[in-house]
Structures are given as structure tokens and as C-alpha cells.
Design a protein around this ligand. Structure first.
Ligand code: AMP
Ligand code: ZN
Length: 117
């Protein structure tokens, strides 16, 4: 994926504030943080979004879910955090490379789900 900014970060063509890397995954701080802790966890493999995942991604996705709380704790989220996966246009996804937002800090985050009616 030549023009994908997260693929460019994976290839080290763009800088990032990296907090984790292994052969499959990378995590780095969000450039516009929404809270004191706000990092993105991505697979190195380009997958457009959660809507495009397939059965053979199962191990990769499991690895991401297992890593998210470990990194959150390392970043200082001792009392919870929020994990967000924006998907597609309706989900407000801006970067089309699958990523988990992990957001936290000391204060309780504002509610995100506003019920209709
Ligand atoms: P989303 O709306 O879920 O696609 O979120 C994309 C996120 O990527 C936003 O929170 C951006 O602030 C963040 N972002 C965009 N470019 C970069 C970058 N070069 N380094 C770190 N975070 C980025
Ligand atoms: Zn990509």
C-alpha cells in the first residue's frame, strides 16, 4: 500500500512516536491525542478496516486484543481505558489502515454513546 500513511510508518518512511513493535504489530502515539494516553495499535499488514477482516486474520486480531491492555497498563492506564475501532465512513474512519485507538488517563472519559429517544 504505497500511499497509506500507516504503511509508511511501518516502513519507517514517516516518523512516529513508537511505543511498541514486533514482527506483526506496531503501536505509536496518536499525533492529535484526545486524552493524556492515546496511542494507536496497528497490524503491519495492511488491512483497510475491521469490515475487511477475514478468517485468516484471527491470530493477528487476537494478538492485538491481548496486547492492547498490556500496553495501556505500561502507558499508565491503571484504572481502565477505552478502545475504539472506527470503521468506514459511518464509523468516522479517516485512515484506511486498521487501527485500534487506546485512550485513557486519570480522569473518567466522557460518555460516547448517546441513546436515541
Ligand atoms: P480514525 O479516524 O480512526 O481513522 O483515526 C485516525 C487517527 O490517526 C487520528 O486520531 C489521527 O490523529 C491519527 N494520525 C493521523 N496521522 C498520524 C500520524 N502520522 N502519526 C500518528 N497518528 C496519526
Ligand atoms: Zn496501510
Amino acid at each position: 500500500m504505497d500511499n497509506c500513511i500507516f504503511c509508511k510508518i511501518v516502513r519507517k518512511e514517516l516518523p512516529c512516536n513508537k511505543i511498541y513493535e514486533d514482527e506483526d504489530l506496531m503501536a505509536f502515539n496518536d499525533i492529535h491525542p484526545a486524552a493524556p494516553v492515546h496511542f494507536l495499535l496497528i497490524p503491519k499488514l495492511h488491512i483497510d478496516s475491521l469490515a475487511e477482516i477475514q478468517d485468516h486474520h484471527q491470530n493477528l486480531l487476537g494478538k492485538m486484543l491481548l496486547l492492547a491492555p498490556r500496553l495501556a497498563k505500561e502507558q499508565g492506564c491503571d484504572d481502565g481505558f477505552r478502545t475504539i475501532i472506527n470503521t468506514g465512513h459511518v464509523g468516522g474512519q479517516e485512515v484506511l489502515h486498521l487501527h485500534f485507538h487506546v485512550i485513557g488517563g486519570r480522569k473518567r472519559l466522557p460518555g460516547m454513546i448517546h441513546h436515541q429517544g
